[in-house]
Design a protein around this ligand. Structure first.
Ligand code: SF4
Length: 336
């Protein structure tokens, strides 16, 4: 049993022969999950565009000229209608995302009302509203919020090349507020932003070292957006992307690994490989905030072809993670 893992260990996982790595990821996956089930969530934008931040991948940054049309914060009634529609399409979790640096206290009452409404539908509620203070995190938790998403995006070293208007430490501070408030943590990143293998190692090291580990880890493949500084970046190699998912699964055995943005450009075979590597969650619905996502019918067809069923009802995954440290009890590499 290995309880601490080094970046060197993670590098060795990445270096494994592909079939061996997938075998190990499958083995770990099956210890904790039904390998033929997927959790499905819907992500809706509740405030779009005109963001003060300069994240180089983002269509919603006010720093770049992109296709996005700005929209003010939606009223709670409207958000709840969207949640109802998502539930009728089979979502069990409704995620609400706002494009701004941080939640302002003036908007908190609307967020609380939206959470009440979403929860009254029997859905899990998740929000991604940027930076949160400790008191805001507590208020969202008291309203019934289940998850808070706040991505670290990439390695600490590479983060400075992707964002200049806030820091990696700012991200970690919000994650701390979220965890201290008793919310479940959803935290991941984007692959294919020009980062190196070492950056991917370091990114996963940071995530796997959070204690407890995040209940959800979205792994996105960059969708290059025209008008952003990353519009022409070379795409990440497919096999390297699958390796990243497999290593994430091995490092975070009880976490929902979500195959997130970028699926619209993936073949069925590529997505199947990602599921074999341990991804067990997707966003579905035609839009992911402002980005394209596969049509729902297409996702159902793929799940049917693969014999994958949707996880039913409200998920309680992660509940047992509280109090666990970065324990990795299924790793077979050395720990030097
Ligand atoms: S903070 Fe969020 S919405 Fe704003 S530019 Fe960065 S990723 Fe986009």
């Amino acid at each position: 049993m290995v309880e601490k893992i080094s970046q060197c260990d993670i590098g060795k996982l990445f270096d494994m022969a592909f079939a061996d790595l997938l075998w190990e990821a499958q083995r770990v996956h099956r210890l904790h999950f039904d390998a033929n089930q997927l959790q499905v969530s819907t992500l809706a934008s509740i405030k779009t565009g005109a963001c003060s931040e300069d994240c180089k991948y983002c269509s919603q940054s006010a720093h770049y000229d992109t296709f996005v049309e700005n929209e003010k914060l939606l009223k709670p009634d409207f958000i709840i209608q969207e949640a109802k529609a998502a539930k009728s399409r089979g979502a069990t979790r409704f995620c609400m995302g706002a494009a701004w640096r941080r939640l302002h206290d003036r908007d908190l009452p609307q967020m609380v009302e939206a959470i009440f409404g979403v929860k009254s539908l029997g859905l899990e509620a998740c929000m991604t509203l940027g930076e949160l203070s400790a008191s805001q995190a507590l208020a969202l938790k008291a309203a019934g919020l289940d998850y808070y998403n706040h991505n670290i995006d990439t390695s600490e070293q590479y983060y400075k090349k992707i964002v200049s208007t806030h820091t990696f430490d700012d991200r970690l501070k919000t994650l701390q507020h979220v965890r201290q408030a008793g919310l479940k943590v959803c935290c991941g990143g984007i692959m294919g932003m020009g980062e190196s293998r070492e950056d991917r190692v370091s990114f996963l090291y940071t995530l796997a070292s959070l204690s407890p580990q995040p209940e959800s880890v979205p792994i996105n493949r960059l969708i290059p957006i025209e008008g952003t500084p990353l519009e022409s970046v070379a795409p990440i190699d497919d096999i390297e992307f699958v390796r990243t998912i497999a290593v994430a699964r091995i490092l975070m055995p009880q976490t929902m690994i979500r195959l997130s943005a970028g699926r619209a450009d993936m073949s069925d075979a590529m997505q199947a490989l990602c599921f074999l590597a341990g991804a067990n969650s997707i966003f579905y619905g035609d839009k992911l905030l402002t980005a394209e996502n596969p049509q729902i019918d297409k996702d159902y067809d793929l799940m049917k072809k693969l014999g994958i069923k949707k996880m039913g009802g409200v998920q309680t995954e992660g509940a047992s993670l509280s109090g666990t440290s970065n324990r990795i009890d299924c790793l077979t590499v050395c720990n030097d």
